[in-house]
Write a protein that binds this ligand. Structure first.
Ligand code: E4P
Length: 216
């Protein structure tokens, strides 16, 4: 499973990129709105020039025509841009359009296996099932990833599954085991993946022993 980061914050993206783990970035209108005084297009360009991988920029129109217009503008920013579209009939019309043009798409707000299958059949490069938001209403987000992964394997579907709405480190392990190709994770959770008390204790012990060396 590859790591994407789910943020529009450039400092967070730079830091995660420096760790060498980053294969892409996803943004959404809420994440962009959290960044004060930025031009959406400029920020996407900045990210795409740094990260060598898919960078999702989401459209806000609700009709296919508007989505296509916005998506074409986004795709013109950089070849790494992936047009993020909502899982609606209009979103899939736009998905079909972009797929025929060879422009990458990420169909977002996926909450069922049938939605994922439809998005894949309309040519989506990626589908984004939202784990955390499903867990929030008492459903099992990881189970959905596993079902989608099975369906895509049985039917030899090449669309990649992005496990989205990740809330904690356990989601990452479970999504990887369930067959997600990618997880898109907030910076806070990515940082938590480093944490293990035995790692800290080990470093402490090595440094303590080192400082006791004779003739240093
Ligand atoms: C996916 O691409 C979305 O940006 C995202 O993961 C939403 O997650 P949330 O439920 O934390 O808002």
């Amino acid at each position: 499973m590859k790591f994407f980061i789910d943020t529009a914050n450039f400092d967070e993206i730079k830091e995660a990129h420096a760790w060498g783990i980053l294969s892409g970035v996803t943004t959404n209108p809420s994440l962009v709105a959290k960044e004060a005084n930025i031009s959406f297009h400029d920020r996407l360009r900045e990210i795409a020039e740094l990260v060598d991988g898919s960078v999702s920029g989401e459209v806000i129109s609700l009709d296919a025509e508007g989505m296509i217009k916005e998506g074409l503008e986004l795709a013109a920013i950089h070849p790494n841009i992936t047009v993020k579209l909502p899982m609606t009939p209009e979103g899939l019309k736009a998905c079909k359009f972009f797929s025929e043009k060879g422009i990458k798409t990420n169909v977002t707000l996926i909450f069922s296996a049938n939605q994922a299958l439809m998005a894949a059949r309309s040519g989506a490069t990626y589908v984004s099932p939202f784990l955390g938001r499903l867990d929030d209403i008492g459903h099992n987000g990881v189970e959905l990833i596993s079902t989608i992964a099975d369906i895509f394997t049985i039917h030899d579907i090449k669309t990649e599954i992005i496990a989205a709405s990740i809330r904690h480190p356990q989601h990452i392990t479970e999504a990887a085991l369930a067959g997600a190709h990618i997880s898109t994770t907030p910076f806070k959770v990515l940082k938590q993946l480093f944490n293990h008390p035995l790692t800290d204790k080990g470093i402490e012990g090595f440094l303590a022993d080192w400082s006791k060396r004779e003739g240093q």
